[in-house]
Design a binder for this molecule. Structure first.
Ligand SMILES: [Zn+2]
Length: 398
């Protein structure tokens, strides 16, 4: 198991030049007219033509060799447990493997696979606070893991949410995975959470594993969480009419996950498009799950929604980057001055039918990841998990 210390944020000045395509993550303007990015101390300091950027004194120069640079991908729905291990499939290094899928930020939807997970209020609060601390300090490969997401139980009171917030907890785990499965109780507690600055999500659809239950559209809408967790089910989706009812009945985030129903994923995305609300679509894996760990899950969802949902690839990338960043109030996921320098370097896979990265994705192929950068520091070279990219960046000066 990896035991990396918390990553230092001291990249100095970094110039990335010769970028063939710069994807912003911003659904209003997904492609930027630029061939270079300047980073200072882990933050984006300049975007433009290389001749216009002040790269004097750059400690690191990266030649992108014409590949694309996108914001690091964000997995809006994971279930971490302890370190880089999951008991769900008894697998090690799943977080590091996900980094090799271009993901730089993960958001916990509850540490629910923890063996012996406490259900009493004192225990569940303690576990959430501990998880928040542990995953802030433990970052395999520099991965940013927002964890510490308690699953609500019926005997919680308002003071519990205040205590959690005071202790640094910023997320609720999936409503419905604990003892609260009814709309009115969920709504009351989600309201308390929101009042103290804690974001919420809900399990949508049929039971995920024995012991969990159905959460239908009526409960989802009444609970009014910030994010509609796996609107395409995890695994089992609601009927189309209920998915439509959720999309039309609120303005909350519509999360589509890999560990869900793929037809329902396309239905939810098309419904959001019909409503002119594609900015609500965000992506997760729900991994580790019964269907396994999905290191390439976010890339696969981008490719699925783009190729079968007829969404331009540059827009599909926004589902897994800027849309989530805005909804979750992150400081990464967009390529804008001042944002964290978290990037995935991508290109079309070797011997694919697509002639460009975007065409390859629109044809349903996965991109190749050539490098992943977090806080301005190169964390991987060529990915060990994606197909090999045609163009791969190179560090030309350190
Ligand atoms: Zn989940």
């Amino acid at each position: 198991m990896a035991h990396d210390a918390a990553a230092p944020i001291a990249s100095g000045k970094v110039l990335i030049r010769n970028i063939g395509l710069l994807l912003s993550g911003d659904i209003a303007r997904p492609i930027l007219d630029a061939d270079a990015v300047l980073v200072v101390d882990g933050r984006i300091a300049g975007i433009g033509r290389v001749k216009d950027l002040d790269s004097e004194g750059a400690r690191t120069v990266i030649d992108a060799h014409g590949c694309a640079v996108a914001p690091g991908l964000i997995d809006s729905h994971v279930h971490p447990v302890a370190g880089d291990w999951t008991p769900r499939q008894s697998q090690l290094n799943w977080i590091d493997s996900t980094l090799h899928g271009g993901v730089t930020t993960m958001i916990s939807a509850g540490e629910v696979h923890t063996p012996g997970r406490p259900r009493d209020v004192v225990g569940l609060k303690a576990m959430a606070i501990a998880a928040q601390r542990m995953f802030t300090a433990f970052r395999p490969g520099g991965m940013k893991i927002h964890a510490g997401a308690p699953v609500i139980e019926p005997d919680m009171v308002e003071q519990d949410f205040k205590d959690l917030a005071d202790a640094g907890v910023k997320l609720l785990g999936e409503v419905g995975l604990g003892g609260v499965k009814d709309g009115p109780t969920a709504r009351r507690m989600v309201g308390w959470a929101r009042q103290y600055g804690i974001q919420s999500t809900i399990h949508t659809g049929g039971p995920s594993i024995p012991g969990s239950g159905l959460i239908d559209a009526a409960v989802v809408l009444e609970a009014d969480t910030d994010v509609i967790g796996h609107v395409n089910g995890g695994h089992t989706a609601l009927p189309d009419r209920e998915i439509r009812c959720i999309c039309e009945g609120c303005r909350r985030g519509l999360e589509i996950v890999h560990n869900g129903n793929e037809r329902a994923a396309l239905y939810a995305m098309r419904t959001a498009r019909e409503l002119g609300q594609l900015e609500r679509v965000i992506l997760g894996t729900d991994g580790p799950a019964g269907s396994g760990v999905q290191p390439l899950g976010i890339l696969r969802m981008i490719s699925l929604l783009s190729s079968l949902g007829e969404v331009p690839a540059e827009v599909a990338f926004c589902f897994g980057t800027g849309n989530t960043a805005r909804m979750r109030s992150l400081d990464s996921g967009l390529i804008e001055v001042g944002w964290a320098a978290d990037f995935a370097f991508l290109d079309r896979p070797q011997h694919g039918a697509g002639r460009t990265l975007l065409e390859a994705v629109e044809l349903g192929d996965l991109p190749g990841v050539g490098m992943v950068m977090i806080d301005g520091i190169a964390r991987t070279g060529r990915s060990r998990n994606t197909p090999p990219a045609v163009a791969v960046p190179e560090v030309v000066a350190i």
